[in-house]
Design a protein around this ligand. Structure first.
Ligand code: ADE
Ligand code: ZN
Length: 326
């Protein structure tokens, strides 16, 4: 079988997707219209032209502005449903979806509206698409730990509707240890723990995500290759990295896709996975990430198989379920 066909058709899990980053410009304009929200762009094309980023912050500014069109439960449902259909088309059997409630509650949208809309789409995906979807609540690291605690409090009535918590937004200057107390509390609550670290930030942030926050996975983590001791730790403890190649390219973490270190991470024995991050902004869903990265870097069918196996190993599905995907 040709490698592109193998990449497209192989069953896979997605573990790093921000649902707000799956909102395509067309749907964003539709929601802006029906909710009577003004967008600072004249057209879909005008908006797409703004997707020319120099670093993480230049993207986040536009991403948070775009999320301003999401008002009703239907909006959250429609956004997630559109993503889940793309996931099905890319042979994603299992997906763990990040959402950023603070982006919405700060605008007066209730936690209930956000969680119910997303949850309903996940339920429908299981029933109608055969895609298994769970939610992970992310705290915004540019905000305070106190704000994160309030967000956790607001989410507690919906505790059974998300499987874990994460940490995202502006990385440099907001190290994981800023959220030590709230992650300790989430750990007591039995929530799964993940955090973005080593996307733009230093290996030191990956160390503290592991040792202070006690996360089970690192989101991105590509800067880890700068620290041999950290590479050893990640390999020995089988700490997964949810790598997002097209995101790294668009946010200038690597100058060219052929410079990406995914192959280096895999060859060092790390549990690296491929994910889309914010597909509507970075030019591709799962299979686009696989196909373009393999094309650019010359990874092999053995790497493809390893990535598929890693994606299920790194997921939070139960041990019994997991055996079915081996
Ligand atoms: N929020 C959405 N995408 C993100 C990314 N790649 N890094 C940090 N925060 C994000
Ligand atoms: Zn991310």
């Amino acid at each position: 079988e040709r490698l592109p066909e193998l990449l497209r058709r192989m069953p896979k899990a997605e573990l790093h997707i921000h649902i707000e980053g799956s909102l395509e410009p067309e749907l964003m304009f539709e929601m802006a219209q029906r909710n009577r929200v003004a967008l600072p762009y004249a057209s879909v094309d005008d908006l797409r032209r703004a997707y020319d980023f120099s670093n993480l912050q230049s993207f986040l500014d536009i991403y948070y502005a775009g999320a301003g069109v999401l008002i009703t439960e239907r909006d959250f449902f429609d956004m997630a449903w559109a993503y889940l259909q793309k996931a099905r088309a890319d042979h994603v059997l299992h997906t763990e979806i990040f959402f950023d409630p603070q982006t919405h509650t700060a605008r007066g949208v209730s936690m209930e509206t956000v969680v119910n809309g997303l949850h309903r789409a996940c339920e429908q995906a299981r029933a109608q698409l055969g895609v298994n979807a769970s939610l992970i609540l992310c705290f915004l690291r540019h905000l305070s730990e106190e704000d994160a605690f309030q967000t956790l409090e607001q989410a507690m009535p919906f505790r059974d509707r998300f499987i874990g918590v994460g940490l995202d937004s502006s990385e440099v200057g907001h190290p994981p240890e800023k959220f030590a107390k709230v992650f300790a509390r989430c750990r007591e609550l039995g929530l799964h723990l993940v955090a973005h670290a080593g996307e733009e930030g230093p290996p030191a942030y990956v160390w503290t995500a592991l040792d202070v926050l006690k996360v089970e996975r690192i989101d991105h983590g590509v800067q880890s290759s700068k620290d041999p001791a950290l590479m050893k730790r990640l390999a020995q403890d089988r700490i997964p990295l949810t790598v997002c190649p097209l995101s790294n390219l668009k946010l200038c973490v690597f100058p060219r896709l052929q410079d990406h270190n995914l192959g280096q991470l895999l060859d060092a024995g790390l549990v690296a996975t491929v994910n889309s991050d914010d597909p509507a902004y970075f030019g591709g869903y799962m299979n686009d990430n696989f196909l373009r990265t393999f094309e650019a870097t010359g990874l092999t069918a053995a790497h493809a198989h390893r990535l598929a196996v890693n994606s299920f190993e790194a997921s939070f599905i139960g041990a019994a379920e997991k055996r079915k995907y081996r």
